[in-house]
Structure formats: structure tokens, C-alpha cells
Design a protein around this ligand. Sequence first.
Ligand SMILES: N[C@@H](CCC[C@H](N)C(=O)O)C(=O)O
Length: 334
Amino acid sequence: MVKLLKVHGSQNHFFILDQTELDKPLTDEELRDFTKKITNAQIGILNGADGVLAINKPVRKGALAQMRVINEDGSEASMCGNGLRTVARYLSEKYQQDHFLVDTMNASLRVHKENDFAKDVPAYSVEISPVRFNKEALPFTILGHDRIIDNFVPELYPGLRFTSIAVPNPHLISFVNQEQISGPILGIVGKRLNSENPYFTDGVNVNFAQILDKNKLFVRTYERGVGFTNACGTGMSATSLALWLTHPEMVDTDSQIDVFNPGGMVKTKVHYDNNEYWIELTGNATFTHQITISENDLHRNNLENVQISETNEQQAYEHFVDSLPKYNDITTLA
Ligand SMILES: N[C@@H](CCC[C@H](N)C(=O)O)C(=O)O
């Protein structure tokens, strides 16, 4: 029997599949089909999720394992910040290590265990990198810019300033006011840039952010391959860097930035070392359910015989969220 986990970071939900425990790992096609089914709120289980995090043997020297990120629609992402925290916890508990490297598509990233965020809310920190700004890394075309940093780009949406950063998955960020963050513009821009469009040809994660105070943000994200999500870890990290670049007076770089989102909050710290930016993302790594499935059913994509047992971690997480200040009434919670 194979054990899957349902997990979340800031209520950005995933299923973890440890392929190293299988006799035969899923092929790419099986993994895609499995993800599209299990994460679907109608035909999947436990109200679906935003994606599947597949753990494989490491592919680079020095790493403990590899994480692959498959979005709800079956596309593969180069990184996932909230997901990496949950994978870090899984590997930390499996191998009894607190500091180690995890391979992702473009880099081996540092992760480590942190003090709990609150009572019974385990927390981990992960490295978000490499960071790129050039149009080839995003990629975007025909917008008349080589980089988009605090520019008006009327083709994307008139009257808003945008910043675009790959961390390394692609993000588009706009700092907006309270009305704009809760209104329809994010959905309009997000849907347009994640359908057939001439600008972001591979799609892009779109983040709207409200600056609440110095080192304090609220971020709402429309994710590539998913749609509205409760939180996006790489999005909150890219937005923290965008804040530093575009509103330096609103960041004390010696301290963490508190980033609130519809699913909770995380902390980020922006670093600039050896001419490279990187971001440290810290937040909860919560396991809500254990699921048992036979390896045969996993390969056949049959979810009819799964056995599910709940952990008691969600209660503690909700208690933590209840203790947070409420900045607005955005409810994309899934
Ligand atoms: N939710 C993730 C990002 C997942 C990948 C994204 N949908 C993409 O396609 O780039 C996070 O927490 O970073």
C-alpha cells in the first residue's frame, strides 16, 4: 500500500506522493492524469487541491530528494514555495534531518526547520531562487520592455504599474489599493494571461498586493494552471522583492516582511548576496490527511478504494488564523 498526504502551506493545498516508496514510479503521463483527477474538486478526493508534489530520488549531488510540482491542470511548474515547505517537513521527518537541500527543476534549494508558527503549527523556511527579470526568463514578448519593473503596461491592464519576476516560475505583480485587490481586475488579468495570449505565452502567476504598512503586505494570487488560490508562496516571495525594488522606503531589509493572504500568513526576507537576489520564505507546513491507496490503483488512476484518515492539525492551524489581524474580507478560501 502507498501512503499519500494531503498538506497545505497557507491553505494552498497539495497531495504529496513519495515516488521513492513505489515499486515502479508513475510515468509522466500517469502523473499528469493522476494529478488532474485527484486535485479536481468534483471527481477527486477531499475537495481537490492546487496540485501534486511528487518526491523523487535526488538528481544533483548533495540533495536529499527531488520535488516536482504538477499543477491542477497537469502542467508542470519549476517551483512552488508553499509546497516546498511541506515537502521539507515530510523529508525532515522521514530522514531525521533539519537542514538540507531539495532539488527542484532549476536549482537545489536550501530548506530548514523553524520554530512552530503557533502551538501545533509546524513551520519551515525555504530558499526561493534563482531570481531573473529578463523577458526570456519569464517569458514575455511584444510589450516593448526588456524588463518590467514598476512600469505602466496598458496592454496588460490600463492604469496599473506592473513588475515581472521569475523566481524561477513566472510572476506578475501590481501594488493596488483595497478596492482593486478585492475587485474583479485580478480575475480578468489572470484569466487573460493564462489563456492563449500574445504577451505571456507560457502563462504567468498574477499577484495583486496591498501595502499595509512598512514590512507588511496582503497578497492575492491568480495562479497559472490553477486559478484563484488561497496563497502562493513564490508569489508572496516575488512580491516582497518587488516591494523592495519599487517602494524601498517600505522595507527594512534587516527584518522579515509579514505577508498576509486569504489562507493565513507567511514571513519573507529578501537577500542580495554575490550580485544575486534570493528570498527566504517561512511559514506553516500542515498535514491534514493521510490517504492509503494500492500501487496498482495508483497506476490505474482509480481513487475508488482509497482510505482516508484525518490528522488533528487543521484545527490548530485554524486557531492560528483566527488569532491573526483581519485586513480585509477577501474569501477565496477553497
Ligand atoms: N502555489 C505555488 C506555485 C505553484 C506553481 C504555479 N502555479 C506555476 O505554474 O508557476 C507556490 O506556493 O509557489
